[in-house]
Write a protein that binds this ligand. Structure first.
Ligand code: 2AM
Length: 176
């Protein structure tokens, strides 16, 4: 059986990604670690893991009609996941709209036999991996507002030294 590793994510505009890369740059002298490439920065809504390619095709075909209610999420703090040695940027609290988008998405995915992870949703953008000093820097850059109106379905291919991401589908924005 052939599989593909999939996840749904919010993808930042080029401009927002550049600002987030600035957050990574500010933190790196304090935490160490390896910066994610700017064009790969994202906020995961649902990590599906390896999925049979037939199901992946079905999900990609259905994604355009999974319209998201538009919303925003603040990038306002650094955080670390010390076990994974990750430094991230994200909101102080999960916005209700984003939580609802996450919950709706998993409810829909449940119809395909996929189950949400038991851990609560922690929206974040991974900025640095393999950090050495697992404490978030005290000084935070100016907060950013991320306005989103769609999500993307991404295939992740493992390569030596990282992952390559391929956007395979995206949801249509809602009509104004
Ligand atoms: P991370 O950045 O915190 O590692 C692709 O791997 C995306 O899915 C990343 O944003 C990653 O989050 C997220 N993800 C969530 N759960 C994962 C898991 N169990 N394994 C790999 N990636 C996971």
């Amino acid at each position: 059986m052939s599989t593909v590793r999939l996840f749904f994510a919010l993808w930042p505009s080029t401009r927002l990604a550049a600002s987030l890369a600035g957050w990574a740059e500010q933190a790196r002298p304090l935490t160490g670690g390896r910066a994610m490439r700017t064009e790969t920065l994202h906020l995961t809504l649902a990590f599906l893991g390896p999925v049979d390619t037939a199901l992946a095709d079905e999900l990609a075909a259905a994604t355009p009609d999974r319209r998201l209610a538009p919303g925003d999420v603040a990038m306002e703090r650094y955080g670390v996941f010390s076990r994974q040695r990750i430094l991230w940027a994200g909101p102080a609290d999960t916005p209700a709209g984003l939580q609802a988008a996450h919950d709706d998405l998993w409810q829909w995915l449940g119809g395909y036999g996929l189950a949400a992870p038991p851990q609560p949703f922690r929206p974040h953008v991974t900025l640095l991996r393999n950090i050495v000093h697992a404490h978030p820097p005290e000084e935070t850059p100016a907060p950013l507002t991320w306005r989103y109106d769609r999500m993307v379905l991404v295939a992740s291919e493992s390569l030596t030294g990282g992952s390559r991401y391929r956007v395979v589908a995206q949801s249509r924005p809602r009509d104004p």
